[in-house]
Design a protein around this ligand. Structure first.
Ligand SMILES: CC(=O)SCCNC(=O)CCNC(=O)[C@H](O)C(C)(C)COP(=O)(O)OP(=O)(O)OC[C@H]1O[C@@H](n2cnc3c(N)ncnc32)[C@H](O)[C@@H]1OP(=O)(O)O
Length: 425
């Protein structure tokens, strides 16, 4: 270290907090790093500055130029039945001229160490590519997929709209910020891994504020709000038409931008609304949970299809007792688990004891372990969405007591459908 918070590497690169006058370089590097075609407008540069205020922003600097960026900030990450203090990691970019020289590795090591020292239980991110983060102890903890609905073939089993339990109304973009924020927060609180969306998130998504991501405020994006019989907002749907015509017949698809639904009536009403649109042959909804109930709403379940299923949130455990006691469990049980962590942050041997009320006690122990697993596997299963059984079958889990991995898997599993959606940390 040379100076507070500054590290000068043998190759001369300086790793340190970003100076405020380097913000424009930060934004430019980010846009180049993600191969975006458009330069950031001055409004977008300012918007990014506001968005990142209060976040930890680290850079690598080579001869006065910012060549790498790394941002992190604290979130209350929803976990089954509660939430855990977590470090959200974002804006990870190394200039194309400076890659594979260990810059990300240095920035990540410092950030995870600081998060651990601050007392964060977890770190979380959304990976640009799957091979990047496993080496840092992250495991894929939620999955997302694209659901398509063949509107012409879709017949729904019930009709909650006609029964009057949910009513739909058109909404203007400007009104949606106030309507959607409380609904999303309510749903996210019970959705492991859900990413926070503050009013600014919505203003950007709605094109009411420019962050340079190219959201065009002139595009038509119809929006519908669902209310229950006492007028409470229980659903928000936004979509855009992807127009096509084949042989003088419409082949347009409704691409879902947001579909937030609290309960089966709202879920059915919003999917039915998409299926009933005129001039549209189908709906396509990216970044949804694979547990979306859509097929179960239909007479012909095959009118709904899952595509592009893939990892979404990646989680790294920083503090095993804090991570395991933050969540609730569906069944009682006990297990001694040994966590292996090459980075020396979270390794150890712990006795997990879950009581009948679903809360856990976790204590360090010298007892022989029932199960030995790498920290990345624990990160993958700690939100309850990814089953342990797949990791066992892959040989990543060392089961020392017969049947213990299956019992631990049953303790950790929480099959609640995550609220995902287009999102960013
Ligand atoms: C949370 C987020 O922000 S996700 C966004 C990630 N950013 C991007 O995808 C933008 C484009 N890519 C980049 O900017 C860079 O390639 C980064 C940030 C992904 C990696 O930065 P680098 O400084 O090159 O990583 P670093 O040199 O520390 O690599 C460490 C190891 O990871 C491997 N690695 C890094 N990136 C990748 C990748 N995309 N695919 C496969 N392996 C990778 C390296 O090969 C290296 O392996 P080794 O130790 O066996 O030699």
């Amino acid at each position: 270290m040379s100076g507070e918070g500054t590290e000068r590497r043998a190759d001369g690169f300086e790793l340190r907090d970003m100076h405020e006058d380097e913000h424009e370089q930060w934004v430019a590097l980010g846009r180049r790093g993600f191969l975006e075609a458009r330069r950031a407008t001055p409004a977008a540069v300012e918007s990014r500055r506001r968005a990142m205020a209060g976040h930890r922003r680290r850079v690598a600097v080579d001869a006065g130029r910012v060549v790498a960026t790394f941002r992190s900030y604290g979130v209350d990450l929803p976990v089954p039945g509660g939430s855990a203090l977590a470090q959200a990691v974002s804006s990870v970019v190394v200039a194309a001229t400076h890659r594979r020289r260990g810059l990300l590795s240095c920035l990540m090591a410092t950030d995870l160490q600081e998060a651990r020292e601050r007392g964060d239980a977890l770190a979380v991110l959304i990976a640009a590519e799957a091979p990047i983060y496993g080496r840092f102890g992250f495991g894929a903890a939620t999955e997302a997929c694209r659901w398509t609905l063949d509107a012409r073939g879709a017949r729904f089993r019930g009709d909650p709209v006609r029964e009057g339990r949910v009513s739909l109304e058109l909404a203007e973009d400007a009104d949606l910020v106030d309507l959607a924020v409380p609904l999303h927060d309510r749903l996210a609180a019970r959705s492991p891994g859900a990413t926070p969306r503050d009013p600014r998130w919505w203003r950007l998504a709605l094109g009411l504020e420019d962050d340079g991501s190219g959201t065009d405020p002139h595009l038509q994006r119809p929006a519908v709000v669902a209310r229950d019989d006492v007028g409470r907002v229980v659903g928000v749907l936004r979509y855009r038409a992807v127009e096509r015509e084949e042989a003088r017949r419409p082949a347009t698809t409704a691409e879902v931008l947001d579909l937030l639904a609290d309960g089966p009536d709202a879920t059915t009403a919003l999917w039915r609304h998409l299926a009933d649109l005129d001039l549209v042959v189908g709906a396509s909804a990216p970044f949804r949970s694979p547990l979306e109930p859509l097929p179960h709403l239909l007479v012909d379940e095959r009118a709904a299809r899952q595509h592009e299923r893939s990892d979404f949130h990646w989680v790294r455990v920083l503090d095993v007792p804090a991570a395991l006691t933050a969540r609730r469990y569906a069944t009682a049980g006990a297990c001694v688990l040994e966590v292996r962590d090459d980075a020396g942050l979270a390794g150890g041997r712990w006795r997990l004891e879950v009581g009948a009320d679903g809360t856990a006690d976790v204590e360090a122990t010298a007892a022989e372990p029932d199960v030995v697993l790498p920290v990345a596997v624990l990160g993958s299963v700690v939100l309850g969405q990814v089953p342990l059984v797949g990791h066992v079958a892959a040989g990543d889990v060392d089961e020392r007591t017969p049947g213990a991995a299956r019992r631990l898997g049953a303790l950790l599993h929480d099959p609640s459908a995550a609220v995902l959606g287009r999102t960013w940390f």
